[in-house]
Design a protein around this ligand. Structure first.
Ligand code: AHR
Length: 320
């Protein structure tokens, strides 16, 4: 249980909040990672929109991919005495000290989209997908797509030390474990960006006989897949047919690539982490309802048979 409820000061805190503070009076700090991907841009848009719809005063801080900036921002929110703090944690480790400071100040913290390695009494709840499952869904798709064919996979990992990079790798490896014909031949971080995804793919292509030996690309997000697709095209390869492409996020651009036959599958990650987070926060502040430690979002597989043009149209104006 989060300390603000368990500790001696809890009764006083809840007495202050219960029935007297409506969502419209809340001030919430949001430490966002940055803007590395289309998905991240959408999460920022949705969080700001959710706050606006609920009358929450959202203090936004962009950490430019640096944990030290996130820690500074969280300390700033604590000093301002915000009612709650949302953190999308760039990496999984190194959070204990600042979370203890928030706890000491009786400020509930909610994690968005990434998990951390810290005792779970240091935060109220985490709204994330099951990232191991996402990797497994991507791997299961590839297993089904290649059958018994020998398949050398190039893996583009997300930000080193981040929970999605660790877990999506794990899940994919679990999926291909019983299939010795499928091997991850090369694996490197592309930091969740298009630019780095392209650069890393260029080096993979050079190292793999001009790309002729590559069977598939598994990218931990769609932006890196889009960068890799560009690298393949510039090398005269045919992504989506010569080389299969599977990734995670379901951003609009991957559906355009699918429509063009240049990508094969993606696993959807909703950018709406803030909706469930604000619901949990409002209930907690209203009457002390303690949410589950993990609020899990869905992970849906999309392939070229899911009318990619229509999916693109449905997503293109959502802030990606
Ligand atoms: O934590 C979620 C991941 O972060 C998304 O899959 C990726 O695009 C983003 O950078």
């Amino acid at each position: 249980m989060f300390r603000t409820v368990a500790a001696a000061g809890a009764a006083a805190l809840l007495a202050t909040f219960a029935g007297t503070v409506s969502a419209s009076a809340l001030t919430v700090g949001f430490s966002q990672i940055g803007s590395e991907s289309g998905w991240r841009a959408a999460e920022t848009t949705v969080t700001q929109q959710q706050a606006k719809d609920r009358g929450v005063d959202l203090k936004f801080a962009d950490a430019q991919q640096k944990q030290e900036n996130q820690i500074k921002a969280v300390r700033g929110f604590i000093a301002q005495g915000v009612d709650a703090i949302l953190i999308a944690p760039v990496v999984a480790t190194g959070w204990d000290a600042v979370l203890k400071e928030a706890q000491e100040a009786d400020i509930p913290v909610i994690l968005l989209d990434r998990q951390i390695d810290a005792p779970d009494d240091l935060y109220l709840t985490a709204v994330t997908s099951d990232q191991v499952h996402e990797g497994k869904v991507a791997g299961d798709w590839l297993v089904g797509a290649v059958g018994d064919q020998e398949c050398k996979v190039m893996e583009l990992q997300g930000t080193t030390g981040s929970s999605p990079a660790i877990n999506r790798k794990k899940g994919f490896e679990e999926a291909i474990a019983g299939h010795p014909n499928i091997t991850i031949a090369r694996s490197q971080t592309g930091d969740f960006t298009r630019t780095k995804g392209k650069e890393v793919m260029e080096s993979f292509i050079k190292a793999e006989n001009g790309g002729k030996d590559i069977c598939a690309v598994y990218a931990h997000n769609d932006d890196m897949a889009v960068g890799a697709i560009q690298a393949m095209k510039e090398a005269g390869l045919k992504p989506g047919s010569d080389i299969k492409v599977v990734s995670i996020d379901a951003v609009p651009d991957i559906f355009l690539a699918m429509e063009n036959g240049e990508a094969n599958a993606t696993v959807e990650l909703t950018p709406n982490m803030a909706g469930p987070a604000f619901d949990a926060l409002e209930a907690y502040l209203k009457d002390g309802t303690v949410p589950p430690k993990w609020i899990q979002t869905e992970s849906k597989l999309y392939t070229a048979s899911d009318d990619p043009k229509a999916v693109y149209e449905s997503k293109k104006d959502l802030g990606y």
